[in-house]
Write a protein that binds this ligand. Structure first.
Ligand code: PLP
Length: 338
């Protein structure tokens, strides 16, 4: 199976046709053992566009959608693991909250969105899936219509093979990051970070800088030198047994929420607050947390070891508990009916 480094960001895509990526033997991250029935054109990936289910390969949207032209949209990425969809309700709440803040109307209830999402996964047959829901400002009758009141909002949903920001081996053995010198994360008065968005100019520039400096990813600061987030992930630090994550200029991530709940259950103090760049460099442990990468230890920052330079005990314990949640019956997961 081949894996492509997309070069543009720190996402690692599985080639079309391949549905799984190497995982360290015996680790907590293991794919389901199953085969796709390829007699279905939907096997391996499905999109829902303008009311129709379409094989993922054939998915197309209008070039006149302002989601494309102006990034006028919000989205979420949920995941399916071992046939269970994780925290779909929370993802839909964040999506609909973002839509409301942007004055976008999804035109569908939370339940309707949930049903279509689960149907996409079911039709795809994927037991492990990356699930994207996007609400855009859409397009009008006139090509390139600029009058916002004349645009018909659109909802796009798709389920495709798992796409990792941090592939399983990095989640287990840890990865490397830099703090970019040349770019800062957009401030909350520029792009509201509580609305999940595709304003990735700063994140993409940071990914390039990380590559240029020989690291896998980047942790961006904001204009006050406080930690913001990275290309597709939230940042948590551990110092003296206490966990902290930035309260501003960062998306309220569903994975981070889960990490905080896990920490609470383990009796670990966890706080959302300003985290300075100094605290980042002085941390005992740093973790990158995201749907597309679970809980990934950052071993080195700007080439210097964080703690011992190996995955720290709290990161490892939280990471393992995170993946265990995917199989335990709880309100967090819902089994997909295939
Ligand atoms: N921050 C950014 C900029 C992201 O794009 C993402 C996820 O894609 C996250 C944080 C993590 O959010 P979640 O845990 O909900 O996937």
């Amino acid at each position: 199976m081949t894996v492509t480094d997309t070069g543009k960001s720190n996402l690692v895509a599985v080639e079309p046709g391949a549905i799984r990526e190497d995982t360290p033997p015996g680790s907590v991250i293991q794919y389901s053992d199953y085969e796709l029935d390829t007699s279905s054109p939907y096997a391996g990936g499905v999109a829902w566009i303008e009311g129709e289910f379409i094989p993922a390969e054939d998915a197309r949207i209008s070039i006149f959608d302002t989601g494309f032209g102006h990034s006028d949209l919000t989205y979420t990425v949920a995941h399916v693991w071992h046939g269970n969809i994780f925290r779909l309700g929370d993802h839909l709440d964040r999506l609909l909250d973002g839509a409301r803040k942007l004055r976008l109307d999804a035109g569908m209830s939370k339940d309707e969105l949930a049903e279509i999402t689960k149907k996409c996964v079911s039709m795809s047959q994927l037991r492990e899936s990356f699930v994207n829901l996007t609400v855009t400002r859409g397009y009008g009758r006139r090509k390139g219509e600029k009058d916002l009141s004349k645009l018909t909002h659109q909802v796009y949903i798709y389920a495709i093979p798992y796409l990792w920001a941090f592939p399983p081996s990095e989640q287990i053995f840890g990865t490397t990051a830099v703090v970019p010198r040349h770019v800062r994360r957009a401030g909350r008065n520029t792009v509201d970070p509580t609305i999940k968005n595709y304003q990735w100019g700063d994140l993409t520039a940071a990914s390039f800088e990380a590559k240029d400096r020989g690291a896998r990813t980047a942790i961006l600061l904001d204009s006050d030198n406080c930690v913001a987030e990275g290309p597709g992930f939230n940042v948590c630090i551990v110092k003296d047994g206490v966990l902290a994550s930035p309260s501003r200029n960062a998306l309220p991530g569903i994975t981070r929420k889960t990490v905080f709940e896990i920490a609470d259950a383990m009796g670990i103090e966890a706080t959302l607050r300003d985290v300075t760049s100094h605290e980042l460099y002085e941390a005992d442990e740093i973790m990158a947390v995201t749907t597309a990468g679970g809980v990934t230890p950052i071993n080195t920052l700007d080439g210097e070891p964080i703690g011992s330079g190996a995955p720290g005990p709290m990161t490892v314990a939280i990471r393992d508990r995170f993946w265990a949640l995917m199989d335990e019956p709880s309100p967090l997961i819902e089994a997909i009916e295939y």
